[in-house]
Ligand binder design. Structure first.
Ligand code: NG6
Ligand code: CA
Length: 523
């Protein structure tokens, strides 16, 4: 941890020095407050592993997602919208903190017993909105660690979201395929029997419960790679747990449970504090592995559990939309739909996802997917609907989830802390469809850092493997530097680095500047 803080402090110091020069020593940056600030309700629906081509409003034809399409039709659909990273934890970290996760060690995909990786009381997206008078809540997948190292899951689970600006939380602590397979409501495991305490461990077995490796006969879904440790509900997971039997989730009911919680958050705040806006961060488990949607979706997509989970995600979106309609909140609620990384087909379980794809292209016309340096890693569905303010349409602006913090601060007339949120940029006009210009530049993060500048894309040299062994994703590694002109080559098929040495040099310099935090690129 000492290293980690040393690294961060050094970076923040250099950045702060730079910011001080350009802002005449103001530490708390007041966002350029628009003449008229507004406080719509905000529901951020954050999917897990849904790719650029997985939704019908982004061109999918084998699967239909009418509820997501409803949001796209009534809002702004971005064709160049990004998470920051090609996996979950770093994307969520960046979105909530306004800092690129790669600046800080220990922000890769976390085990289920990881301590909270965002410093308690640090300013987050939720804090900014809370300062603006919002009621704030998070429902669903967290995966940013909870408590401190060695935390007892049977006691108070803290620090967590309640120390980061959220008034309430209802969580899956890590991922569906990682223990502990229990829900955490505020600071406790829900439904825990004190006579049957939970213990969780990664790396080494704990307790005597069957595992996928030792007892494959007990499995109802088999791993294809990894995922052979404690068996919960017939599915072996990553990590070991024992006890907490009464508290364990039922995978097939998970979407219903999260949707109920999300809806009750909305209803409660609408009833009790009708004059205050709310911010709900609703992070679904769908469509991450293990894909075990409710039986009512089984077989409905014709594409196996992955397609069925997509239908379940779409249903969840529809439930939220209907609820807003019923409560007459639609007009002044901003609904955002996006995803934490690109798509993956076989992510570790034999669920026929590859065999039943049936021509479906989860990343659309992009190359790569989850884990990849190609665009498929971070370019994801990105839709914002706010009927009272946003004119429906399609935007080609380069936008990123990391910019919610600065942009919503501007929208609500709030400040945020530039020293701890160095990478968030105010792109509110792009989010609202009032400008075709989003960011000029964005660092995309997978195994490497890649640079976007306008429609150019630079991928650093790498001796890494071409494909990931388990998932078979094209990772975008190449011993030569790669430059793509996405305007004419969205699928990153033709490396034009040799034809444009000046552009390569310019983008490398830009990337180095941002990496060393000596350059700020303003939108
Ligand atoms: C990988 C898991 C994968 C998934 C991923 C995290 C194996 C072999 N693979 O390590 O199944 O859980 O981590 O996904 O264990 S994410 O969407 O939360 O980033
Ligand atoms: Ca994910």
């Amino acid at each position: 941890m000492a290293d980690c803080y040393g690294f961060r402090t050094g970076m923040v110091f250099r950045l702060a020095a730079f910011v001080a020069v350009v802002t005449s020593s103001i530490t708390l940056i007041a966002s350029d407050a628009p003449a008229r600030t507004s406080r719509p309700n905000i529901i951020l629906i954050y999917a897990d592993d849904i790719g650029y081509g997985d939704l019908s409003c982004y061109g999918a034809t084998r699967v239909q997602t009418p509820n997501v399409d409803r949001v796209a039709k009534g809002g702004l659909r971005f064709t160049d919208g990004h998470c920051t990273s090609a996996t979950c934890t770093p994307s969520r970290y960046s979105m909530l903190t306004g800092e690129y996760a790669w600046r800080k060690k220990g922000t890769g995909v976390l085990p289920g017993d990881a301590p909270l990786i965002i410093e308690p009381n640090r300013m987050t997206l939720a804090t900014v909105l809370k300062k603006a008078g919002y009621r704030t809540g998070v429902v669903g997948k967290w995966h940013l660690g909870l408590g401190r190292t060695g935390m007892d899951w049977n006691g108070e689970i803290k620090p967590g979201p309640l120390n980061l600006g959220f008034d309430e939380c209802f969580l899956m602590p890590a991922t569906g395929d990682r223990v502990p397979c229990v829900y955490v409501e505020n600071q406790r495991v829900l439904g825990l029997d004190p006579q049957d305490p939970i213990q969780v461990r990664f790396g080494q077995k704990i307790g005597n419960e069957p595992t996928g490796k030792e007892n494959p006969d007990l499995l109802t879904m088999h791993p294809s790679h990894g995922h052979d440790q404690t068996i919960v509900n017939g599915v072996s997971r990553i990590g070991f747990m024992t006890g907490g039997k009464a508290a364990r989730w039922n995978d097939q009911e998970m979407a219903d449970v999260f949707v109920d919680r999300a809806k009750s958050f909305v209803t409660r705040h609408h009833k009790t504090t009708p004059n205050e806006p709310f911010f709900l961060y609703f992070a679904t488990h769908d469509i991450h592995v293990p894909r075990l949607p409710h039986p009512r979706f089984l077989g409905k997509s014709g594409m196996g559990p992955r397609g069925d989970a997509l239908l379940q995600f779409d249903w969840a979106v529809g439930e939220i939309l209907d609820q807003l309609d019923r409560l007459k909140l639609t007009d002044n609620t901003m609904v955002i739909i996006s995803s934490d990384n690109g798509p993956v087909i076989d992510d570790g379980y034999k669920d026929d996802a590859v065999a039943l794809l049936n021509g479906h292209q989860p990343a659309g016309s992009l190359r790569g997917g989850k884990y990849s340096n190609f665009e498929g890693g971070t370019r994801v569905p990105f839709i914002i609907r706010w009927p009272a303010r946003i004119k429906p349409g399609v935007s080609e602006a380069l936008v990123c989830q990391i910019d919610f913090m600065a942009s919503f601060a501007a929208m609500t007339g709030q400040t945020y802390d530039k020293a701890t949120a160095p990478d968030t940029q105010e792109t509110l006009a792009a989010f609202l469809g009032e400008s075709p210009q989003g960011r000029q530049a964005l660092v995309e993060h997978a195994g490497l850092l890649s640079m976007r500048h306008g429609t150019w894309k630079l991928i650093e040299k790498s001796k890494g493997p071409k494909r990931s062994a388990g998932t078979n994703t094209e990772l975008g590694n190449d011993p030569d530097v790669q430059l793509y002109d996405l305007r004419t080559d969205l699928g990153e098929t033709t490396n034009v680095a040799e034809m444009h040495p000046d552009k390569v040099a310019e983008m490398r310099k830009l990337l180095e500047g941002i990496r060393n935090a000596e350059v700020r690129v303003t939108p």
